[in-house]
Design a protein around this ligand. Structure first.
Ligand SMILES: C[S@@+](CC[C@H](N)C(=O)[O-])C[C@H]1O[C@@H](n2cnc3c(N)ncnc32)[C@H](O)[C@@H]1O
Length: 369
């Protein structure tokens, strides 16, 4: 169905102007009518040159129409004719499917991995493992875990017990991408990787974009992004940049990012009876901005960069089924593994630090939701 633009203006023309003018306009592709005391024109593709050539045939109708048409800025041209773009809803919706097909969607980036899934070696299942994830994951077969939820070390200089959290950004990303490469390999077909990440704004390095780019380059499908709103407006040092000047204002943030990726397909297989998210939770959590307070027990657990259990709970319930295998390769003091166990998932937590692993094991015995 065609969509036309419409022009309407007061009819102050003689009858002969209207008769002759309408003939010219019709030939040029414009549908004409009189509505009470108005001239109404409907059009999409117009031969403007033809109207220009015939202009002298009427006193002023044609030049008025030309003036009005030229005021419309949204047009393109083809074969000497002007194509006026319409903006009504019908046209936007009707072109959508075709445009989507033309763009190829995520398939433009996606790689096809084997769809054959494997078993995790039983000695690693439901365990907190103290190791470097790069070495540890090398012992896992391809396609064996359902969901990876993690937040990597951020390279901020956080005081972890055992690892140096400040390296050149190049060394940092080499380390991170080596481990994330293993994560892509061990993720099942249909599985998800969910990464909580906060850029170091003061270094102007967009870690969340670089990490997303890495996974897209690896051939995963970017499912989306959740803004984790912590509402902790951090003005500790009152860093304004150039105060009251556009020279170099400093932008501040009270949120972190959660990036979600899928392997092979957006749809995850699983039995309906193993979906444990309620209708209310689903309605709330598919809206991609989650307001959750930061973890308050960091002192108690002696870890400076934990995420809160509520964040893990939402990720696990929204992106995995009960009984699924959940892996956190930077498990810290075990927030992911604790929540996984409480929610009836199987789990694997790896951290390089023995003290954190001990705490993580202890937390597995904590209360269930
Ligand atoms: C941001 S913290 C994760 C905290 C965790 N989400 C929690 O709530 O407890 C990152 C963790 O990565 C660990 N880590 C750093 N390099 C590692 C590596 N190569 N292999 C395994 N763990 C590593 C650090 O010891 C640290 O506990």
């Amino acid at each position: 169905m065609k969509n036309y633009r419409t022009l309407q203006f007061h009819n102050r023309y003689s009858e002969s102007d209207i008769v002759v003018g309408f003939q010219v306009l019709n030939t040029a592709g414009i549908q004409t009518r009189i509505n009470e005391d108005s001239v109404v024109l409907d059009f999409d593709v117009v031969d403007m040159k033809y109207i220009e050539r015939q202009q002298s045939q009427t006193e002023e109708l044609l030049s008025h129409v030309l003036t009005e048409l030229l005021k419309i800025r949204s047009f393109s041209s083809a074969n000497g004719k002007i194509i006026f773009k319409t903006f009504n809803k019908e046209k936007r919706v009707s072109g959508k499917a075709e445009n989507k097909k033309k763009r190829l969607g995520y398939e433009s980036f996606q790689k096809h991995f084997s769809t054959e899934n494997n078993e995790v070696p039983p000695e690693f299942l439901n365990k907190i493992i103290c190791a470097d994830s790069l070495n540890q994951l090398a012992q896992f077969p391809d396609n064996c875990v359902d969901l990876i939820f993690t937040s990597p070390p951020y390279n901020f200089g956080i005081n972890y017990n055992n690892t140096d959290d400040v390296n050149t950004w190049h060394d940092y990303f080499d380390m991170l991408f080596a481990i994330f490469g293993e994560c892509v390999r061990v993720l099942k077909s249909g599985g998800r990787i969910v990464v909580n990440i906060q850029p170091l704004y003061s270094d102007y390095v967009p870690s969340h974009h670089l990490v997303s780019n890495f996974f897209v380059q690896q051939g995963l499908i970017w499912k989306g992004e959740i803004i984790w709103e912590k509402n902790n407006y951090n003005c500790k040092y009152c860093t304004w940049g150039s105060w009251q000047s556009p020279s170099s204002p400093y932008l501040k943030y009270s949120w972190e990012f959660v990036e979600v990726f899928c392997k092979n397909t957006l749809k995850k297989d699983g039995e309906k009876e193993y979906a444990d998210i309620t209708g209310d939770e689903f309605k709330k959590w598919v809206y991609g901005k989650w307001s959750i307070a930061p973890e308050r027990k960091m002192k108690e657990y002696k870890h400076d960069a934990m995420f809160p259990e509520e964040l893990a709970k939402r990720v696990l319930k929204l992106f995995s089924f009960q009984n699924d295998i959940v892996l956190d390769p930077f498990n810290g003091v075990g927030t992911t593994t604790k929540v996984a166990r409480s929610l009836g998932r199987q789990f694997i937590g790896i951290d390089i630090d023995a003290e954190y692993c001990k705490t993580a094991r202890g937390r597995l015995k904590d209360g269930f939701f």
